[in-house]
Design a protein around this ligand. Structure first.
Ligand SMILES: [Zn+2]
Length: 184
């Protein structure tokens, strides 16, 4: 299972400072709720864009629960689950910024993210409706994005809260965000 945790640094600093090594285990296992049972289980590697056109290789901390045997990984909130481009650049692009050091090199891919966001919300907005019950039902990706920003502030915060509370991202649902479901 993947948990999303806020780090007070960007991807470059996380990688340069080796912060994956300092990640603490969650207090309780998200699968079985046992406390103080998560033990370090190495890392997996994933890519994320850096400040410009660079791609960084990140170490993601994993833990295994000694009670139920299931695993948990800790994804920094600056990264988008299963997407290469970091959340700040996605946020800027979705807000209409079509240029900038971390946007321009990735415009084609960011356009595909926007299409994915639009198709995901139009197909399954009933699933995602609950977090937005307090806003009028948006009718377009642009209005949905405005609702996301108004409700959560930015892409990183929206992703962290939607994954934590509703087991979904802004681009799809993934088995890795549900407790007691094997990750592919
Ligand atoms: Zn457990």
């Amino acid at each position: 299972m993947q948990l999303i945790v806020e780090f007070p640094v960007d991807a470059e600093e996380y990688a340069a400072q080796g912060l994956a090594q300092n990640v603490s285990p969650p207090e309780a296992c998200p699968h079985c709720q046992a406390r103080a049972t998560l033990e370090a289980l190495g890392y997996y590697q994933r890519n994320v864009t850096g400040g410009k056109s660079t791609v960084l290789r990140l170490s993601i901390r994993r833990f295994r629960c000694q009670a139920c045997g299931k695993t948990v990984s800790i994804l920094p909130a600056f990264a988008q689950p299963y997407r290469l481009i970091h959340n700040r650049a996605i946020h800027r692009f979705f807000c209409g910024q079509k240029s900038g050091a971390d946007v321009t090199p990735w415009r084609a891919l960011l356009r595909r993210y926007w299409q994915k966001f639009g198709s995901w919300f139009s197909r399954v907005d009933a699933v995602l409706r609950r977090p937005f019950d307090h806003v009028p039902h948006p009718r377009s990706p642009e209005r949905w994005w405005e609702a996301v920003v108004a409700s959560y502030g930015d892409m990183a915060a929206a992703t962290r809260l939607l994954v934590t509370e509703f087991q979904t991202t802004l681009f799809g649902r993934y088995r890795c965000h549900r407790p007691n479901t094997p990750c592919p």
